[in-house]
Design a protein around this ligand. Structure first.
Ligand SMILES: N[C@@H](CCC(=O)N[C@@H](CS)C(=O)NCC(=O)O)C(=O)O
Length: 254
C-alpha cells in the first residue's frame, strides 16, 4: 500500500519542500469542519459529519472540531471546495464528501479495518441505496398525514423492508454478529454511514409523524440492528441531542 510513487523520490532529491508525511499520511493535524447547531457554535445535525466522526473515533484518531456556519466557515473552504461540509483538513490537504473522507481514513489508518469482502459491501450498499432520500422526503413533507404524506411513508417503508430482509438473509452464511455487511461480525463503513441516518429517522418519526411507523413491531430485525449501532461507543461519543435533529428538520419543513 505505502510504496511511494517513484516521482516522489526525485522531488525529495531535489530538496524541494514536500509534505512531511510524504506519500503516507500520519495521524495528527486533523480538523473537521461541519455544520453548526442552532447557536452557531455547537455541533449541528449533519448525519454525514456524524458518519465521519464515527470513523475517526473507531480508528482512535484525534481531531479538532470546527462547527461552522455560512458566516464562519473559512474562506479557503468556500473558494476551493465550494464550502462543502463535512470537510476534513489533514495538515496541508482537505477532503470533502463523507464517503471520500471515510475511504481516505480507512485506507491510510488501517486499524481497525472497517471493511469486508467487496462483494458483501456492494450488496449491503445496494440494499441501503435510496434510504436517506426517502427518510428526508417523508420528514420534510407537510402537512403530516395527508395523502402525499401516506405515499411517502409507504415509500420509506419499502426502503426499510429491504433493510429488514437483508438483516434476516443468511444466504451468504449464518449471521455471527449484529452488523450490516456479510455475516454481521464486523462493524464497517456501511454501519458508520447508516447509523446516523437511522438516528434521524427515529427522532423525526417521533417528533413529526406521531411514530407512524412502528419500527419494533414491523421491522424487528432492523430495530435490533438500530439498538446495536446506537450503543456502539464511536456513535455514542459523537452524538448530538435529539433537539438538534428536530431543529434541523423543522427548518427544512418551514
Ligand atoms: N454529500 C455530502 C452531503 C453533506 C451535507 O449535506 N452537509 C450538510 C448538512 S447534512 C451541510 O453541512 N450543510 C451546511 C453547509 O453546507 O454549510 C456528504 O456526503 O458529505
Amino acid at each position: 500500500m505505502t510504496t511511494p510513487p517513484a516521482g516522489l523520490a526525485m522531488v525529495r532529491n531535489r530538496g524541494l519542500e514536500i509534505p512531511e508525511e510524504g506519500a503516507t499520511p500520519l495521524p495528527g493535524g486533523m480538523t473537521l469542519y461541519l455544520k453548526a447547531g442552532p447557536d452557531g457554535t455547537s455541533v449541528g445535525d449533519c448525519p454525514f459529519a456524524h458518519y465521519v466522526r464515527i470513523v475517526l473515533n473507531e480508528k482512535g484518531l484525534e481531531y479538532d472540531l470546527k462547527p461552522s456556519t455560512q458566516e464562519t466557515k473559512p474562506q479557503w473552504l468556500i473558494d476551493y471546495y465550494d464550502g462543502s461540509m463535512p470537510a476534513l483538513r489533514h495538515r496541508k490537504e482537505c477532503y470533502v464528501e463523507s464517503d471520500v473522507i471515510a475511504q481516505y481514513l480507512d485506507f491510510f489508518f488501517q486499524e481497525p479495518p472497517l471493511s469486508d469482502k467487496k462483494r458483501f459491501v456492494a450488496k449491503a450498499q445496494e440494499v441501503t441505496d435510496g434510504l436517506f432520500p426517502s427518510i428526508a422526503k417523508y420528514l420534510k413533507h407537510t402537512p403530516d398525514g395527508d395523502e402525499e404524506d401516506e405515499a411517502l411513508k409507504l415509500s420509506l417503508m419499502d426502503a426499510l423492508s429491504r433493510l429488514e430482509d437483508h438483516l434476516g438473509d443468511e444466504s451468504d452464511g449464518e449471521r455471527t454478529g449484529p452488523y450490516f455487511v456479510g455475516n454481521g461480525s464486523t462493524f464497517t463503513l456501511v454501519d458508520a454511514s447508516l447509523a446516523p441516518k437511522l438516528y434521524h429517522m427515529q427522532t423525526g418519526l417521533k417528533e413529526f409523524k406521531g411514530n407512524a411507523i412502528d419500527v419494533a413491531a414491523v421491522f424487528p430485525q432492523l430495530r435490533g440492528y438500530m439498538d446495536s449501532v446506537f450503543a456502539r461507543q464511536s456513535f455514542v461519543d459523537s452524538i448530538y441531542p435529539e433537539e438538534t435533529v428536530v431543529w434541523g428538520w423543522s427548518n427544512a419543513r418551514s
